[in-house]
Design a protein around this ligand. Structure first.
Ligand code: RB5
Length: 144
């Protein structure tokens, strides 16, 4: 069965979101696109909230949010209990955010990253497992 990934963006992240959707489809993921659907100006908190609720209510494991910097998406997403959103610009942080922090939402900055780096970050983030053990204790401390 294909792993399901949900994705959303604001206008600043729209074009990169479309490229990421094509890339994920090519790589055999099932992708749920929650908008936005054009470059028309919109408010990133609406899309971050939509994605977080979808992820939490439907037990989806991973989501990707794209805006200009990734920062507004990260700040908003981390308001939701159970969401561990990380805005990263390098593959090492992407890997560690999975191994140590069990991140479940990846936030990307379309005005920060080139398409190639964004795809590399996504590859690493999707393929790296959480290490559990002492890291689980620490993640539990965040949640509680
Ligand atoms: C929109 O101009 C921009 O503020 C948004 O995409 C994002 O970068 C916010 O953090």
């Amino acid at each position: 069965m294909k792993e399901k990934i949900i994705i959303a963006s604001d206008h600043g992240g729209f074009e990169l979101k479309e490229k990421i959707i094509a890339y994920l489809n090519e790589n055999n993921y099932e992708v749920g696109d929650l908008g936005t659907n054009s470059k028309e100006s919109c408010d990133y908190p609406i899309y971050a909230k939509k994605l977080c609720k979808e992820l939490l209510e439907n037990n989806i494991k991973k989501g990707i949010l794209v805006c200009g910097t990734g920062l507004g998406m990260q700040i908003t997403a981390n308001k939701f209990k159970g969401i561990r959103a990380v805005c990263v610009s390098d593959t090492y942080s992407a890997k560690m955010s999975r191994e140590h922090n069990d991140s479940n939402v990846l936030c990307l900055g379309a005005r920060v990253l080139g398409e190639g780096l964004a795809k590399d970050i996504i590859d690493v983030w999707l393929k790296t497992d959480f290490l559990g053990e002492r890291h689980q204790r620490r993640v539990d401390m965040i949640e509680n």
